[in-house]
Design a binder for this molecule. Structure first.
Ligand code: ADP
Length: 640
């Protein structure tokens, strides 16, 4: 019947993905049915929504259902729906290509992952359809888009590298997914087996999942076998059932049905608001961050239903973008069904729902943090960066968000965190500020000379290593009335300076002035009160951009937008190297070694803060000169 059939090759990456799915993905093959039923359900939701404003779309078929058809002779299982269907272009686009950026990187990640973690990863990628290749050696999809003039299309693959698309005749709209089951998977033709799988994974699916089964009817002599269409699922919208009747497994399966993710939700919020606005929300906080979470446009993860009818995915009005990790749905009974999506976006009722839900999600996070610190830490590692955006974007909840933040610090073990509250409670009463240092990695910060004085004084310094942290601290400003203070910027007030420091300043003035003239890249050379062991360190002026921010901007290719702010080179006046330089300078200010040593100390400080030395060849030359001289002196001494 096919008129024009074309054969296309799958992209290599799709083929690689199939291999992973088929050979090592699921320990639980039966979930292919859940995936296909979820797709069918989504397709029905879509056509039902379109029909709200275009009733003709349904024609005379408004009896939505998903039908399972087992053909034992042919060895096929068909999952048929009367949903929105697909055009030729859509079917090629949806099933024949993966248009997502970073697919190759994702496949690498999959390959490296433990077999047990793979299902979670693949679920996030949204390729549930292909899971049918675990049980079928060929799959044919026959689809006809909704609308009178739509032509049907047949798409088929054996998962071996190519697929065909051709025209076909199909009565009625929707999609038939026909699985040619592998020889040892004939089990999936048995109604009782299929019924059990539907009950387990898809019981709450709103549309009936039906199958023609043989049943004995009548009594005594009238007993006969008849074929009847039986509905396998109870169809109770999970979110409308009382919480007491819902098990953890029910919640988890529903999460998977809704999101096509395979992980366990870390937290489930099931909430009904009554009174002025009536709505029910079922919101999940996932435990795994989708692999492309930070590469895609921030979209809300909540779907909107009105009186159980699906209206839209990713409804941005339901939660602010910084909570976009939350997934789930909101079902409102107060919104009018027949409104356009655009109008819905401006509805004041949605704004109220958003306010209430934001508080609920923050509340759930607070609860998790209090009751299960380990789970909260894992959550924060996955989604903390997103939560941090809230400090700058949700002024009314800023304090609550601040209390949810976690930081590593000079007093936490690597990978462990402190809250701001704990930091403040631990610090001496007299400490008026919260100290922090921003940089690339914990290791680098831990080794920074800037910490020496704080470590000696037993004062805690927060380590900020996320690219967003610079914006976070400027948005936060303070916590519990204590300003956040970067330890690599500014000076200590004159009156706080010890007499010894003042003395050292006087002593070093001549040498430092000389060095400042020689090291072109610094704005000043001065005595440091931050150092204990190191000889030198770079700091910024109070109002200047820190080194980390400058590095970030140049990474983003915005280096030119950043006014170059010169740094201050601070030296430890009691360090033997600095003292030796001072003696040399006092004896003969014209000795050219002074400049060489000064530049060496400067380069050391640049390396210690994680920046790049601008003149590595010069640095090597200076070190070698020093080495040669020292070795020479050593040899001369040994020869004596
Ligand atoms: P996901 O459902 O996570 O997007 P899938 O690989 O399962 O990923 O499906 C890819 C796409 O194919 C779907 O997003 C949908 O657009 C389309 N699709 C799959 N099954 C159907 C169906 N039964 N009816 C209509 N469209 C479908």
């Amino acid at each position: 019947m096919t008129q024009t059939t074309e054969t296309h090759a799958f992209k290599t990456e799709l083929k690689q993905l199939f291999d992973i799915i088929v050979h090592s993905l699921y320990s639980n093959k039966e979930v292919f049915l859940r995936e296909l039923i979820s797709n069918a359900c989504d397709a029905i939701d879509k056509v039902r929504f379109e029909a709200l404003t275009n009733a003709d779309l349904l024609g005379d078929d408004d009896d939505f259902k998903i039908k399972l058809i087992a053909d034992k002779e042919a060895g096929t299982l068909t999952i048929a729906d009367n949903g929105i269907g697909m055009t030729r272009e859509q079917i090629t686009e949806n099933l024949g290509t993966i248009a997502k950026s970073g697919t190759q990187a994702f496949i690498e990640q999959l390959r490296e992952a433990d077999a047990a973690d793979r299902p979670e990863l693949i679920g996030q990628f949204g390729v549930g359809f292909y899971s049918c290749l675990m049980v079928a050696d060929k799959v044919t999809v026959v689809s006809r888009a909704a609308g009178d003039d739509a032509k049907a299309v047949e798409w088929s693959t054996d998962g071996q590298g190519s697929y065909t698309v051709g025209d076909v005749v199909k009565v009625g709209r929707g999609t038939d997914v026909i699985l040619h089951l592998k020889a040892d998977e004939a089990d999936y033709l048995e109604p009782f087996r299929l019924q059990a799988i539907v009950k387990k994974y898809s019981d709450f699916v709103e549309h009936p999942i039906v199958m023609d089964v043989e049943r004995e009817v009548g009594e005594g002599d009238d007993k006969k076998t008849e074929v009847v269409e039986e509905t396998f699922n109870s169809q109770k919208a999970l979110w409308l059932r009382p919480k007491s009747e819902i098990s953890d497994e029910d919640y988890t399966e529903f999460y998977r049905h809704l999101t096509h993710h395979f992980d366990e939700p870390a937290k489930t919020i099931h909430y009904s608001a009554e009174g002025t606005q009536e709505f029910t929300a079922l919101v999940y906080i996932p435990s795994q961050r989708p692999w492309d979470f930070f590469n895609t446009e921030p979209r809300s993860g909540l779907s909107l239903y009105i009186k159980r009818v699906f209206i839209m995915d990713d409804c941005d009005k339901l939660l602010p973008p910084y909570l976009r990790f939350a997934k789930g749905l909101v079902d409102s009974s107060d919104l009018p069904l027949n409104v356009s999506r655009e109008l819905l976006q401006d509805n004041p009722l949605l704004t109220k729902i958003r306010g209430a839900l934001t508080k609920r999600v923050l509340g759930a996070l607070e609860e998790m943090k209090k009751e299960n610190a380990e789970q909260y830490r894992d959550f924060f590692k996955q989604f903390g960066v997103s939560l941090k955006e809230g400090v700058n974007h949700d002024f009314s909840n800023k304090d609550r968000i601040a209390d949810l933040l976690l930081f590593e610090s000079s007093k936490t073990e690597p990978g462990e965190f402190t809250t701001l509250r704990e930091y403040v409670d631990r610090s001496p009463v007299a400490q008026k500020e919260i100290y922090f240092l921003i940089g690339e990695s914990r290791e680098l910060l831990d080794a920074s000379p800037l910490l020496e004085r704080f470590k000696a004084d037993d004062q805690e310094v927060l380590f900020l290593t996320d690219p967003v942290d610079e914006w976070l601290v400027s948005g936060l400003g303070q916590y519990d009335e204590k300003p956040l203070k970067p330890i690599d910027r500014g000076t200590i007030d004159d009156e706080e300076k010890s007499d010894a420091d003042k003395e050292a300043e006087k002593e070093m003035a001549g040498l430092f002035e000389f060095l400042q003239g020689k090291i072109g890249d610094v704005k000043a050379v001065r005595v440091s009160d931050r150092l204990k062991e190191s000889a030198a360190v770079l700091v910024s002026d109070e109002g200047d951009m820190g080194a980390h921010m400058e590095r970030l901007m140049s990474k983003l290719g915005r280096g030119e937008d950043v006014p170059e702010s010169k740094r201050i080179l601070e030296m430890n006046a009691s360090h033997p190297a600095v003292q030796a330089m001072k003696r040399l300078f006092d004896t003969n200010p014209a000795d050219d070694r002074i400049e060489t040593y000064g530049k060496l100390l400067y380069d050391q400080a640049v390396i210690a803060e994680g920046s790049k030395v601008t003149d590595p060849a010069g640095l090597a030359k200076r070190i070698n000169a020093l080495l040669a001289r020292d070795a020479e002196a050593g040899a001369a001494k040994d020869g004596e």
